[in-house]
Write a protein that binds this ligand. Structure first.
Ligand SMILES: Cc1cc2nc3c(=O)[nH]c(=O)nc-3n(C[C@H](O)[C@H](O)[C@H](O)COP(=O)(O)OP(=O)(O)OC[C@H]3O[C@@H](n4cnc5c(N)ncnc54)[C@H](O)[C@@H]3O)c2cc1C
Length: 450
């Protein structure tokens, strides 16, 4: 198959429609650029709708939570809340208060928000190649109808795996080559759980004890003793982050195949355990696993004009070109030499926040491309803090506005005036200065923070 002559031409093409890519496309289109959002699967949202149901990163952890995300991410949650499809999950430890949502309804919300921004969408379209032209790029998409060529004046690579950046030869770090990479997880969901009975029997504390006993006694070969479960928006359903599969190259199809199968196998080890040992789960069943693919926490990261570091997170760094904030801890899921999972939790001191500079979203010498989401420029530890969806949505928002603004100013993405970019982001409602206000994080408190 050869690429068809381009039938479509856009100011901005966003590759990958996860939480970062959807926000990038919405922001770009709202900023006046003709925008195309390209996604390989048949729905929007990426990991946000494939396998998860809780936005972290909106609030700082600790007993004085502050809301550090705003703008388009707020619109996403507003729409979910307006339909009764969220609840706040108050949490003073871990990653802080989570916004738990109905992931199936979120698919509709992404559809609506992207459509109302004016961005066009191509689903079932896999980015497979790129050619540099004088003042644009020509992307090749593999679609159900064959190859399609699309011209773009600016690109936002929000593919998670930095596929566009890789194809262009941009400087990238492969996860696992500098520091040990984080494990994979097949999240799974169960229905018909008697949550009242589960809570009455001791809830989370009881579950941890039973997991430990199951492993020590040899009754159930659970791969991880600290797996978590939580109630979903759908009644009597729970979601898990329990499976752990050792990291392997996400670009090695043999390794990825083994990981997918191992993740599914482990999910049923948990189902057997939960049904046999945990009050409330006797009649429960798995109703879904992370699909269409296993959860990959990290793969490739850009070496951008700035690389966010562990030290930046812990010293609560400030940057003149800040485009988002993060207060989430470094949460690093690794395996020790005995094959046991060890999770490092390292908190930003005093419930503080750090700023993330615009320079983490582009690389010198590449004037027309930005990245957003989990492939942004950070070291392993900073990435382990700044990868929650509150932050990936904010990165997308920043990259989308920057792409459109660089066209308006007719300049390279790296030559943008940060003050002007920040002003546009503030107009959208983005939070880029650390707030003082303590947020309300009770069960139904979303709108009190808006
Ligand atoms: C197991 C696990 C648990 C997590 N738990 C939480 C949590 O509870 N809360 C939280 O806030 N964060 C959590 N995270 C982190 C967070 O979910 C991710 O960092 C974030 O969702 C990444 O968003 P993204 O948009 O960068 O990437 P993705 O959501 O991966 O989106 C990338 C999109 O690009 C598409 N794509 C890829 N390649 C191509 C191509 N060649 N052509 C076209 N499209 C392409 C993909 O299909 C996908 O839709 C978790 C992550 C994992 C793996």
């Amino acid at each position: 198959m050869t690429a068809a002559s381009p039938t479509r031409s856009f100011d901005v093409v966003v590759v990958g429609a996860g939480s970062a890519g959807c926000c990038a496309a919405i922001a770009s289109a709202m900023s006046g650029a003709s925008t195309l959002l390209v996604e390989r699967y048949g729905f929007l949202g990426g990991v946000s709708t494939q396998s998860l149901d809780t936005f972290y990163g909106f609030f700082t952890p600790g007993d004085r939570p502050r809301k550090v995300v705003g703008g388009i991410p707020d619109q996403v949650v507003d729409r979910l809340a307006g339909h009764g499809e969220i609840f706040l999950r108050p949490n003073t430890y871990g990653a802080g208060t989570g916004v738990t949502y109905n992931p199936e309804y979120l698919k509709i919300v992404w559809d609506e928000l992207v459509a109302s921004s004016g961005a066009q969408v191509l689903l079932h379209s896999l980015f497979t190649g790129i050619e540099k032209r004088d003042s644009s790029y020509r992307l090749t998409l593999t679609t159900p109808g064959g190859l399609l060529a699309v011209d773009a004046r600016r690109i936002v690579d929000a593919s998670g795996d930095a596929h566009v950046a890789h194809a262009l030869g941009m400087p990238l770090e492969d996860a696992g080559t500098v520091d040990a990479a984080q494990t994979f997880t097949t999240t799974f969901r169960m229905c018909n759980v008697d949550l009242e009975r589960y809570r009455d029997a001791g809830g989370k504390t009881m579950l941890q004890q039973k997991m430990n006993d199951a492993v020590v006694s040899g009754r159930h070969p659970l791969p991880r003793r600290k797996g978590s479960i939580h109630a979903m928006v759908q009644p009597n359903c729970i979601a898990t982050v329990a499976v752990r599969v050792p990291f392997a190259s996400p670009f090695d199809p043999d390794a990825l195949t083994r990981a997918e199968m191992e993740g599914r196998r482990q999910a049923y080890v948990y189902e057997t355990f939960l049904r046999a040992e945990v009050p409330g789960f006797e009649d429960s069943k798995i109703i879904g696993m992370s699909s269409p693919q296993i959860g990959i926490r990290e793969s490739r990261r850009l070496y951008g004009a700035y690389r966010l570091t562990r030290d930046d997170c812990l010293r609560q760094a400030r940057f003149e070109d800040a485009v988002l904030l993060c207060g989430a801890p470094i949460e690093d899921h690794r395996m020790n030499a005995d094959g046991e999972e060890e999770t490092e939790w390292c908190y930003v001191p005093d419930g503080g926040v750090y700023e993330v500079p615009y320079r983490t979203l582009y690389a010198p010498g590449f004037d027309r491309i930005l990245v957003a989401g989990r492939c942004f420029s950070a070291d392993h530890s900073a990435h382990a803090s700044c990868r929650s969806m509150g932050q990936t949505m904010s990165m997308g928002q920043g990259a989308g506005v920057a792409a459109a603004l660089s066209l308006e100013k007719d300049c390279a993405v790296g030559a943008l005036d940060a003050v002007k970019l920040q002003a546009r982001l503030r107009d959208l409602g983005a939070v880029i200065e650390p707030p003082d206000t303590v947020a309300a994080t009770g069960k139904d408190d979303w709108f009190r923070n808006r």
